[in-house]
Structures are given as structure tokens and as C-alpha cells.
Design a protein around this ligand. Structure first.
Ligand code: ATP
Ligand code: MG
Length: 560
């Protein structure tokens, strides 16, 4: 194996093998097949990166195919959201297609199956059908309708299509083998009656094909070379192949289904059904709530496409089910923002500082840059005046030597500004500090080159000028679940593990350069974390989301 082949994931290795066995490279074609019954989540991102990644590697087209065969759950809103999210991630699909485009073709193929004696109409209840399925160790039993004449089946199927049956009265089944060791092969259902309007075909149809019957045939119609799906479909592969056998023209490409492990994340639920529950029960404010593991939630939280794609790369494509630590996702965005987010100052939990020897009416505009580690943001002016805000936690009347922040009688440097010394403080009746009186060393201005400016003091604090700072709403998010595997408990519903403190809303003071910040802009609030401007922000009221703190507060909680 060459070095290059070794670094390929196992799906890429399968493609390589097919190519070396004679598959024409120009025939490679992939698809990403979401069902439009919810928003895309970080698990889908794994599938998107895999399929579109293959497209990029082999310069092959990738279709976006909406698997829309269940009108009861599907909506145009979801179609639009899915397209928006894939585009935002930066991927381009070749064709936008819908399984519903193939309803007529699927119907025609079904008629062919009936004519060949390979499908029949079954009027039993779903419960009767379920019982007859048998178990993995005992064979099923034949339906009493299994051997009804072809003519009758054709007639009944037509009637199903014409709306002569109610939902649940009848299904059309493939006639395969009720004793097959693979349960999926025991006369699976091809069609059911659903009297629901479809988001694209309206009321044209009142029978809808099942997933298994639709998926492989859609792959075949689109001439998809590799149909990649998650592991739970492995046992369906035999049926996928049986269905293809019924229609494939040997002069055409025959699609191949291969399976990879689902991406699971700790402290998260991922299934759309569960995410929908969180939305419907008002646990979160919609699919794009910044606490949701959806792509749109992550975007709103301040994640970048790069961080999500990088996370997918690092977590890889695996053959076996596993759980990825959510800390890896958080690390991925921290890493990207560390290189790209301008540094600014914001005080989240303020206490006032008065510099008693600084003239009352004076103000200065200090030179600061946005950079520190991030490159290319240039400089900004930060106003300084006699009254400032610092973080409450950065001051103590007394503290031991390890406290490098402000304490009575000691000095700290104010970032980009002067060295100050705490002289005294004022407290309210509960003993809370309400104001700290300080003096400053007028010669110690950062960057002035003076001896005093080079003086080393242990701590550097961020701050804002009280007069100039602007108020902003800041939304501090914590994990949505306080259990590592919220849906992994047999006897408890995942809803029992919702973290009741996943959102704290505070009012912060931010430096005035942020006045012009636009929705989606991302910053490092120095010493505090990464924050982005939320969609709710207006010209009159800035709203920030905390994307991720600088330190992992969760890890600390765990060790308590
Ligand atoms: P969910 O159970 O979350 O609703 P799904 O599999 O029903 O997911 P689809 O819209 O049918 O969602 O999925 C579209 C594609 O994305 C499929 O190929 C599916 O296998 C893949 N996919 C869905 N969830 C994950 C995941 N957690 N990890 C990797 N791939 C996923
Ligand atoms: Mg699905």
C-alpha cells in the first residue's frame, strides 16, 4: 500500500479499489440524500464532508437529493434550510433532485414487478403483518393474500393510487421470501396509502413508496456510483441489491451501497425527531438556537464552516459506532477563532474603578491593535478616562500571592493603558464592593517607551471606560444536556437530562469600537472567550452570543 492510499479513509479505499478493478473514473458520482424533515445537524456534516469530499478528490459530481417520500413530516422550510446550510459550509452540488421526481417511474416499475408476480396487495392490519414477520431466529408466515392473482393485484394497486382505500387499509408488498434469514427480505412493503399533501407533488399521489424501494432506484436513475449511508442500513443492503436486480439494465452503471458509522457527540442528541421535540416543547428557541447541534445553530453560535469541516476531518470516517467528545468540536472553533478573531475588551460582570489622580474632564484615546495573535485587523482607539469598569472577579480586598489581579495596596496593568494601584474600596450594606478607588502612574502608559511603561507588574486586566462603553446583551450558553449520553439511558427519557441553566443572559459593557459590529462578526473578548454578534442584534441594541469560553469551564465542574 502506498503512503497515499494508507491515509485514505476506508470509503476512499473502496473507491480506489473499484477504480483499480476497472471502474471508469468518469463514472464516479455521489449524492447527499437528506430527508427534508428537519434541519441538518453536525452528524449530517460528516456525511456532507464525506460525499462532497469524494467529489472534490475525484473531481466527480455530487447531487443533492431530497429523500422526500414521507409527506407527513416533510416541509419546504426544511428544504430551504438544508440548501442554505450546505452552501454555507461551502459545498456545491451538481444537481438538486428529489425522490418525488421519480414517483411515476417507481410506480411504473412497481407495475412491472406485479406483472412478474413479484409484488402483491395485502389488506391485513400492520399488526398482523408485524406478527407474521417472525423473528431473527424463527421464519415468518405467508400472508393469506400472498398468492392472489396478478390481475387482482394490478387492479388493487390502481385503486390504491386512485384513492379508493383509506390509510392503513392496504399496502403493496414485494414477494420475496418470508423465511429469509434477513428480516428485511420478508416481503417488505413497497407502498402505503397516505392521504397527505406533498410539499412538491401536492395531491397528485395518495400512495407513497417506502424508503428502501425508493433509495436504490433513485441512485440508479441518477447513476450514483457509490451510495454511502450510515451503518443501520447495512442489513438493508441485501434488499437494496434485490430491488436493483429488478430494474438494472446491464449496460448502465449499477450503484453500490456502502455504510459508515454515524457521528455521535457527547452531551448531545442528534436525531431530528429528538431535536424537533426540543423545538416544539420550547426548550430551545427554534432549530437555529445557538445551543442546538444543528448547522444553523452552530453558525449562530459563532462556529465557522472551516471549524466544522476541520472537526469532520479530525474525527474521521469510521466503520464502527463511536461517540466523539464534544470538547473536540469546541477545540476546533477555538483553534480557528484564535487565528481569525480580533481581540477587543468587554466587561461582563462590572465593578467601577475611579482613578482619583486622573483629571475629571480628561479623556484619552489610546492606541491598541486588534491583533495579539490574530493577524490583519489593524489598530483601533480605546478611550480611557477617570472612571472605568473592570470584572468583579478581578478585584479582592485581600488575597494570597497567587492572585495576580487587583488587590488593595497592589498594582496591575490595565491592558493597553496604565499601571494602577488599588487604594481603597466602597461596599454596600451586604458587603459587596461597589467601587474601587485607585491611583495611576501617569508615566506608565503602554507603548510610550518611558521607563515606567516597561515596569513589570504581575497582572494585566481588561477594562472599559465607563463613560464611553456601550451596553450589550450577552448570552452565555452552556451545554444543553448535563449528561454525557442523554439518549443512552434505557429507563429515562433524554428530556430528563436537559440542563436547566444552559442559557444565562447578562448585560455587559463593551468597548465603543464594537458599535459598528455586524451580525455574525466574531471577536475574542480578551480573557473571557469568543463571542459573535447574534441575529437579534440591532443598531440600538447589540446582542452577543458566547461561542466558547477561553477555558473549559465544564472540565472544572466535572472535577468538583
Ligand atoms: P436523523 O436520525 O438525525 O433524523 P437521518 O439519517 O434520518 O438522521 P437523513 O436526512 O435521512 O437523516 O440523512 C441524510 C444523510 O445523512 C444520510 O445519508 C444519513 O445516513 C446521513 N446522516 C444522518 N445522521 C448522521 C450522523 N449522525 N452521522 C453521519 N451521517 C449521518
Ligand atoms: Mg431518515
Amino acid at each position: 500500500m502506498s503512503e497515499e492510499t494508507k491515509s485514505l479513509n476506508f470509503i476512499e479505499q473502496i473507491v480506489e479499489e473499484d477504480l483499480s478493478n476497472g471502474l471508469d473514473k468518469n463514472k464516479l458520482r455521489f449524492r447527499f440524500p437528506p430527508e427534508p424533515n428537519g434541519y441538518l445537524h453536525i452528524g449530517h456534516a460528516a456525511s456532507i464532508c464525506l460525499n462532497f469530499g469524494l467529489g472534490q478528490r475525484y473531481n466527480a459530481p455530487v447531487n443533492l437529493r431530497f429523500d422526500d417520500t414521507n409527506p407527513a413530516k416533510e416541509e419546504q422550510e426544511y428544504v430551504d434550510a438544508i440548501k442554505r446550510d450546505i452552501e454555507w459550509l461551502g459545498f456545491k452540488w451538481d444537481k438538486e433532485l428529489y425522490s418525488s421526481d421519480y414517483f411515476q417511474q417507481l410506480y411504473d416499475w412497481t407495475v412491472k414487478l406485479i406483472k412478474e408476480g413479484k409484488a402483491y396487495a395485502d389488506e391485513q392490519t400492520s399488526e398482523e403483518i408485524r406478527v407474521q414477520k417472525g423473528t431473527p431466529t424463527t421464519p415468518g408466515t405467508n400472508s393469506p393474500f400472498r398468492n392472489r392473482p396478478i390481475e387482482e393485484n394490478l387492479e388493487l394497486f390502481e385503486k390504491m393510487k386512485n384513492g379508493d382505500f383509506d390509510e392503513g387499509q392496504i399496502v403493496l408488498r414485494a414477494k420475496i421470501d418470508m423465511a429469509h434469514n434477513n428480516m428485511h427480505m420478508r416481503d417488505p412493503i413497497l407502498y402505503r396509502v397516505l392521504k397527505k399533501s406533498h410539499h412538491r407533488t401536492g395531491n397528485n399521489w395518495c400512495i407513497y413508496p417506502m424508503y428502501d424501494w425508493t433509495h436504490g432506484e433513485s441512485d440508479y436513475i441518477e447513476q450514483i456510483s457509490h451510495s454511502l449511508c450510515t451503518l443501520e442500513f447495512k442489513s438493508h443492503r441485501e434488499l437494496y441489491d434485490w430491488y436493483l436486480d429488478q430494474v438494472v439494465d446491464t449496460s448502465k452503471l449499477r450503484p453500490k451501497q456502502r455504510e459508515f458509522a454515524r457521528r455521535n457527540l457527547s452531551y448531545t442528541v442528534m436525531s431530528k425527531r429528538k431535536l424537533l421535540q426540543l423545538v416544539e416543547k420550547g426548550i430551545v428557541n427554534g432549530w437555529d438556537d445557538p445551543r442546538m447541534p444543528t448547522i444553523s445553530g452552530l453558525r449562530r453560535r459563532g462556529y465557522t464552516p472551516e471549524s466544522i469541516i476541520n472537526f469532520s476531518k479530525v474525527s474521521g470516517i469510521s466503520k464502527r459506532d463511536n461517540v466523539t467528545d464534544v470538547a473536540l468540536l469546541e477545540h476546533s472553533i477555538k483553534d480557528h477563532l484564535n487565528h481569525t478573531a480580533p481581540r477587543v475588551m468587554a466587561v461582563l460582570d462590572p465593578v467601577k474603578v475611579v482613578i482619583t489622580n486622573y483629571p475629571e474632564d480628561k479623556e484619552e484615546f489610546l492606541d491598541a491593535n486588534f491583533n495579539d495573535y490574530a493577524e490583519g485587523f489593524g489598530s483601533r482607539e480605546v478611550p480611557f478616562s477617570r472612571e472605568l469598569h473592570i470584572e468583579k472577579e478581578d478585584f479582592r480586598e485581600e488575597a494570597n500571592k497567587k492572585f495576580f489581579r487587583l488587590k488593595l495596596g497592589k498594582e496591575v496593568r490595565l491592558k493597553n493603558a496604565y499601571i494602577i494601584k488599588a487604594e481603597s474600596c466602597t461596599k454596600d450594606e451586604n458587603g459587596n464592593v461597589t467601587e474601587i478607588q485607585c491611583t495611576y502612574d501617569a508615566d506608565s502608559k503602554s507603548g510610550s517607551g518611558s521607563e515606567a511603561s516597561k515596569r513589570k507588574v504581575k497582572g494585566t486586566l481588561h477594562w472599559v471606560s465607563a463613560k464611553h462603553a456601550i451596553e450589550a446583551e450577552v448570552r452565555l450558553y452552556d451545554r444543553l444536556f448535563n449528561d454525557e449520553a442523554p439518549d443512552g439511558h434505557k429507563d429515562k427519557d433524554f428530556m430528563e437530562f436537559v440542563n436547566p441553566n444552559s442559557l444565562e443572559i447578562i448585560t455587559a459593557f463593551v468597548e465603543p469600537s464594537l458599535k459598528t459590529a455586524q451580525k455574525g462578526d466574531k471577536f475574542q473578548f480578551q480573557r473571557k472567550g469568543y463571542f459573535c454578534v447574534d441575529d437579534d442584534s440591532t443598531n440600538d441594541k447589540l446582542v452577543f452570543n458566547r461561542t466558547v469560553p477561553l477555558r473549559d469551564s465544564w472540565a472544572k465542574k466535572d472535577t468538583k
